[in-house]
Ligand binder design. Structure first.
Ligand SMILES: NC(=O)c1ccc[n+]([C@@H]2O[C@H](COP(=O)([O-])OP(=O)(O)OC[C@H]3O[C@@H](n4cnc5c(N)ncnc54)[C@H](OP(=O)(O)O)[C@@H]3O)[C@@H](O)[C@H]2O)c1
Length: 241
């Protein structure tokens, strides 16, 4: 088996996903850049290669079964296994989301990408991950998923995002159940909060760079054996559920 570790990052054509791909590449990982848009994906691959990363493009729409099946075949052909899967692709759909006037189509769209997309990709990639000697899965969550923080009047958790935030709480809960299912195996799975990062996603609002946002996901994707699993981290440590 090749010594080079293989990673796949979903939504890696820009923002935090791109920085995670760069961070893993800098650690010597061969990185699959998962993204829908062909031009932006190939630009990202080219830029990563120019920076010395062994990157390859993986056409991937996390909401589409066929696309995910094709992505599995592509990673299998390109690398034969997967050591780290970073489920980064995510959307918010709208900044202000009042629960009393929620558009259910918006909720469905956000759940489809942020939760079902992660489950779809993770389960499809599992056979490749199981071929690794140290499989790691990281789900990009957010501190707005923390019900403890959302209900603490002393913490500013930003605007009410009644579709987006619960999808990340849902994702956290799913992460815990994966960890329970993987108990006794070598698969470690955790959720990561990148902090408030200036990307397209936030309209470039936020004090953190994509590289800073990538630090915790990269750390969790490269955990040593015996590391934590079924937990939720940010740079400063564990985020309360
Ligand atoms: N930025 C923040 O402050 C912040 C804070 C907490 C958590 N997060 C989480 O961090 C992750 C990355 O956010 P970001 O700020 O880097 O956002 P971003 O700049 O908007 O990037 C999101 C990425 O996800 C991809 N994506 C969206 N839908 C997809 C789909 N169906 N299939 C495949 N890829 C898809 C996008 O690709 P296209 O460009 O092709 O659509 C893009 O590459 C998200 O899960 C987000 O919820 C971000």
């Amino acid at each position: 088996m090749s010594e080079t570790k293989i990673a796949l990052v979903t939504g890696a054509n820009k923002g935090i996903g791109y920085a995670i791909a760069g961070g893993l590449g800098a650690l010597g990982y061969r990185v699959g850049v998962g993204a829908c848009d062909e031009a932006r994906r190939e630009d990202a691959v080219e830029e990563l290669r120019a920076a010395g990363v062994d990157a390859f493009g993986v056409p991937l729409d996390v909401t589409d079964d066929r696309s995910v099946t094709d992505a599995v075949e592509m990673v299998e052909r390109a690398a034969g296994r997967l050591d780290a899967l970073v489920d980064n692709a995510g959307i918010s759909a709208r900044w202000e989301q009042d629960p009393t006037t929620l558009d259910l189509d918006v909720v469905r769209t956000v759940v489809e990408t942020n939760v079902l997309g992660v489950v779809r990709v993770t389960n499809a990639m599992l056979p490749l991950l199981r071929r690794s000697t140290a499989p790691r899965i990281v789900n990009l969550s957010s501190s707005v998923a923390s019900l403890t923080r959302q209900t603490d009047p002393d913490i500013d958790v930003g605007p009410i995002m009644a579709a987006y935030s619960p999808t990340k709480s849902f994702l956290n809960a799913v992460t815990v159940h994966y960890a329970r299912q993987f108990a006794g195996t070598n698969i470690l799975i955790n959720a990561a909060c990148p902090g408030l990062v200036a990307t397209d996603f936030t309209g470039f609002f936020g004090s953190r760079t994509p590289e800073q946002g990538a630090a915790t996901p990269v750390r969790l994707a490269t955990l040593p054996d015996g590391g934590p699993t079924g937990s939720f981290f940010e740079d400063d440590g564990v985020v309360p559920w």
